[in-house]
Design a protein around this ligand. Structure first.
Ligand code: NOJ
Length: 726
């Protein structure tokens, strides 16, 4: 019989149909398995007909693909990797700032470019799929994975995620440098109680639909090919077993054309840890019926699924459906037509090349947020002749690159990449960057001052001495990879080790104090807010972070980032996200802490200043299908050119269900010369004023809506007007 599936003249659908008709049940179920490729891969290829490996790189991926090509049907393997802010597990690859960092740019173009470069570097090393973007919302800073998110806002997260999807996947999957994106963790991961990763999420379906599904829907609309089911249970039902979420919404309502993969051993964990299935077979049954197509790292799934079909518990059509989705995706990627071969020669000249580093530098520049600047401390003045750079994060590659680089630390016996194997020469630390920029004119002295963990390893006296001999102090503090990431939730968000003591000693020298924060999440740093002259939030700024921070410190770049996650004053004040709900006693308060966050969502300063005036709405009354044009004049009232992020929030004044006091619904980045005024127009479709009603329908309820425009989510930064929907 003619092998249609081998002939590229046929469509992916026709080729899949032909291939499926040739496959045994075992071969189909093998396609539904994804296994850590470092564990007996030959067995999984030859005996289990595996569909996908993860955590394999470079030459090994090529070797395994060659073995697969010699099997009965020669079905190629999809290789997946967590390249979430650059191809961070590949030594020499371009490492961008963390997702939380780049989110502060509010710039979809830069996220798209970051993803496109990552895709290129990933593809050249023989891989086809990244488990990114992360669309969980970072609403509780205790949660270990906040650094992986775009912050706390669903609207912004959706737009930035869609930009990354387009960057990874290109125009179409068959483009030479396209890889599969994976929207994860579906859904409401990060909302688990107390920020404790992968535990229970106590929210009702209405909240899931109103707050957590919308950014995933935006990613689906952007064509995201794969989605990953989250670890946790929502209201008692593990996401992996949730048919409504997977089949009804994602597959049927949103028309997912690719496939759904579980997170790591979700199927096994449903039985072993969540105890939601009495045995592996029931767990596999729940997963298949709910709509998962590929099971990550549950080896027992293979036997369980075969048994389930043979005994008639699972219809073979369900297996066919899952397998069809996976194979069609492989055809679309061009895997059967050898379009994705590893090219190490090309890789050498492209991975980490100058152009990619420039993009990493640009994204780091735009990620940086100026949180405070008083007494003319920044930019560093011409009069400064000697700078003391102090602190544990001034010259620390791991802290600077952040999570998902080197290797997950919780898996020490099987690291993805050893520190010693990593080419750190291409990483510009904050100290390196400051030294390079300072040149011969300014002397730069450095002391680590203290350790991030071990309080006994401190040299506060030495650091203070350097500070006393200098014209200013740049203190670089924060957290590090061991304090962030999966299974690294924290009950305290204070600075660790002797960092606080170090800062207080530096303050006592009376020298101007600029603090640079290198951190994966908001930290509770009210002392820094009250005592530092300037604060720069640099997050995990990636390999070019040092150059970018130096450019901001010395005024070569006027900072324009705005934080996308609110900072609590103390850990007990959480959650402090801006889109709180109104309550009988007003938004949630405590008697012992200022109700405002330390720094609010959308906040960020510049070396210039802006004035907002003339808020106008294109209409005062509108029907539910309409679109309002919101216009405002923004003037640069300072003396240097700058970029401002103009934000549009709404509030549904009266509604059938409670709604957030503010919701971001639009933004615009504008660049203004000194003295220049620009009229900014933001389109607001009335559909953006919708809510999820008690019957779980998305509706726009007629009535009055407050429209707020300004430089941050704080009331004092917003100008307001009202529109009526009729
Ligand atoms: C578990 C993590 O939760 C997920 O984000 C990641 O993609 C997989 N492991 C694979 O490494």
């Amino acid at each position: 019989m003619k092998e249609i599936y081998k002939n590229p003249a046929y469509s992916p659908e026709e080729r899949t149909k032909d291939l499926l008709s040739r496959m045994t049940l075992e071969e189909k179920i093998g396609q539904m398995c994804q296994i850590d490729g470092r564990e007996n891969p030959e067995f999984w290829i030859n005996e289990r007909h595996i569909g996908s490996f993860l955590h394999v790189r470079g030459k090994e991926a090529q070797r395994l693909q060659d073995i697969a090509s010699k099997t009965r049907l020669g079905i190629p393997i999809i290789f997946g990797i967590d390249a979430i802010h650059g191809h961070g597990f590949y030594s020499g690859a371009t490492v961008f700032p963390s997702q939380l960092g780049v989110a502060s740019s509010w710039n979809p173009d830069i996220l798209k470019e970051m993803a496109a470069i990552t895709a290129k570097e990933v593809i050249l090393t023989g891989l086809h799929w990244t488990f990114s973007p992360v669309i969980c919302l970072g609403r509780d800073a205790r949660w270990g994975r906040v650094d992986e998110t775009f912050g706390e806002d669903p609207y912004l997260a959706g737009i930035l995620a869609a930009a990354m999807v387009k960057g990874y996947q290109g125009e179409k999957l068959s483009d030479p440098y396209s890889i599969l994106a994976c929207a994860k963790h579906y859904v409401a991961h990060g909302e688990t109680v107390g920020g404790r990763d992968s535990t229970e999420c106590d929210i009702a379906e209405r909240k899931v639909r109103s707050t957590f599904l919308p950014p995933f829907k935006t990613a689906a609309d952007a064509g995201c090919a794969t989605f990953m089911t989250a670890y946790h249970a929502i209201d008692g039902l593990p996401c992996t077993a949730n048919k409504v979420l997977l089949r009804d919404i994602l597959k049927d309502e949103w028309n997912l054309s690719g496939f759904i993969v579980t997170d790591w051993d979700n199927v096994g964990h449903m039985h072993r840890l969540q105890k939601a299935a009495p045995d592996m077979k029931t767990s596999a049954e729940l997963a298949i019926k709910a709509g998962n197509d590929m099971m990550m790292s549950t080896p027992e799934f293979y036997e369980s699924a075969i048994e389930l079909v043979k005994e008639g518990t699972i219809k073979e059509e369900l297996i066919d459906e899952a397998c069809r989705r996976i194979l069609e995706t492989k055809f679309r990627l061009g895997l059967f037509d050898h379009k994705r071969n590893t090219d190490f020669t090309k890789a050498r000249s492209i991975i980490g090349c100058a152009e990619h580093k420039r993009a990493a530098f640009e994204s780091a520049l735009q990620s940086i947020v100026l949180l405070k600047n008083e007494n003319g401390t920044l930019p560093v003045s011409d009069k400064v002749r000697k700078i003391a750079v102090i602190g544990p994060n001034a010259h620390d590659v791991e802290a600077q690159l952040g999570d998902w680089t080197f290797g997950p630390r919780y898996y020490p016996e099987k690291p993805m990449l050893e520190y010693n194997d990593y080419d750190i020469t291409s990483v510009v630390t904050i100290l390196d960057g400051i030294k390079k920029r300072a040149g011969d004119r300014v002397e730069v002295v450095y002391d680590k001052g203290c350790d991030m963990f071990d309080e006994s390893k401190e040299n506060i006296e030495g650091a203070v001495k350097l500070a006393q001999q200098s014209d200013m102090v740049i203190a670089v503090v924060g957290d590090t990879v061991l304090l962030n990431g999966e299974v690294r939730d924290r009950s305290s968000l204070d600075l660790t080790g002797a960092q606080q003591k170090l800062l207080e000693a530096l303050k006592n020298t009376g020298k101007p104090l600029a603090v640079v924060l290198i951190n994966g999440k908001p930290l509770t740093v009210p002392w820094i807010k009250d005592n530092a002259d300037s604060i720069i939030e640099a997050w995990n700024p990636g390999m070019e972070g040092g150059n970018a921070v130096a450019a901001v410190l010395f005024g070569d770049h006027n900072p324009c980032g705005k934080i996308t996650i609110s900072f609590p004053r103390n850990v007990g004040q959480q959650p402090v996200y801006y889109n709180q709900y109104p309550g009988w006693h007003g938004p949630a308060r405590y008697i012992d802490v200022d109700p405002e966050p330390l720094f609010s969502f959308g906040y960020g300063l510049s070396y210039t200043s802006y004035d907002y005036s003339n808020l106008k709405l294109s209409t005062k009354e509108i029907g539910i299908d309409g679109e309002i044009i919101v216009s405002i004049d923004v003037t640069n009232t300072g003396s240097i050119r700058g970029t401002e992020i103009v934000q549009l929030y709404i509030n549904d004044i009266y509604s059938s269900v409670t709604t957030p006091i503010k919701e971001l619904k639009g933004f615009s980045r504008i660049t203004l010369n000194p003295g220049e005024t620009k009229n900014v127009q933001i389109k607001l479709p009335v559909s953006q004023l919708s809510l999820i009603d008690r019957q779980l329908n998305r509706v726009v309820e007629p009535g009055e809506f407050e429209i707020m425009v300004g430089s941050s989510s704080r009331d004092c930064d917003l100008i307001k007007d009202i529109v009526k929907v009729v």
